[in-house]
Ligand binder design. Sequence first.
Ligand SMILES: [Zn+2]
Length: 283
Amino acid sequence: MAASAVTAFGQDLIANQAPIDRKLKAVDSVSLQRYILTRYDNNAVDQLYSSWNTNKAHCYAASEVPDSFRIDLRGFAMPTPSRLVTSRFGYRPAFRRQHKGLDIKVYTGDTIVSAFDGKVRCANYDAGGYGYYIVVRHDNGLETIYGHLSKHLVTANQEVKAGEPIGLGGNTGRSFGSHLHFETRLLGVAINPELLFDFPNQDVTADYFVFHNPEKDSKGSAANDGRHQLASNNTKGSHFYQVKRGDTLTKVAKKLGVKMEVLCRSNNLTRNSRLRDKQILRY
Ligand SMILES: [Zn+2]
């Protein structure tokens, strides 16, 4: 009697254990996959970059750039809580030169944080350009540059986490009025930061961004600077449209076949908002 009770109890235990084991296994494989993915991504960074230069922001040869590369944007932090973009990426006719970054309004002394985990490659001063600037090489392969700072809070070779303060906003170097000049690059090739970061909504545009080498891939430069719609960058269901001269919200909504309200909502706009030339809209 006693023996069979123990057996029954034992069987109950085993029966109860089974689903837990299954659950544990599922958890294990998820964390294992995450671990493998992290390892893979870290290896990818090592494969992407063969040099480590703490003196110069721009130090890569075009020949090193891969044909394409998937950048993992998960685990990001917005460099600043400011939502105000004051100057976009691209050609500036007034200066007859390319603007390789995105300008975001910040005030002198505002905290600027690292966009992802990584290691500070440069914390330097460039009187005629970036002013006090920082370059961080991230585990996801991206390098980010933060310019016109008033102060460095980190030094070269220092490991940083996403969201960790790295500097204070300012107006140093070639700058007129305090702002953050923010660049996103892969092996030196500039990518329009608005294709990765949505400052008005304080979010990334998707979990991943697929970089294409402008030299080797026909989709190349257009994909990285947002000159056309980005079909490859839709892992969260987002597509992008760059505003052309003469576009209005009504016209764009009609052209893209989306509802006006949806377009407004996903871009933090109202029906009366005026579109800026080359503005990038998410839909
Ligand atoms: Zn700028």
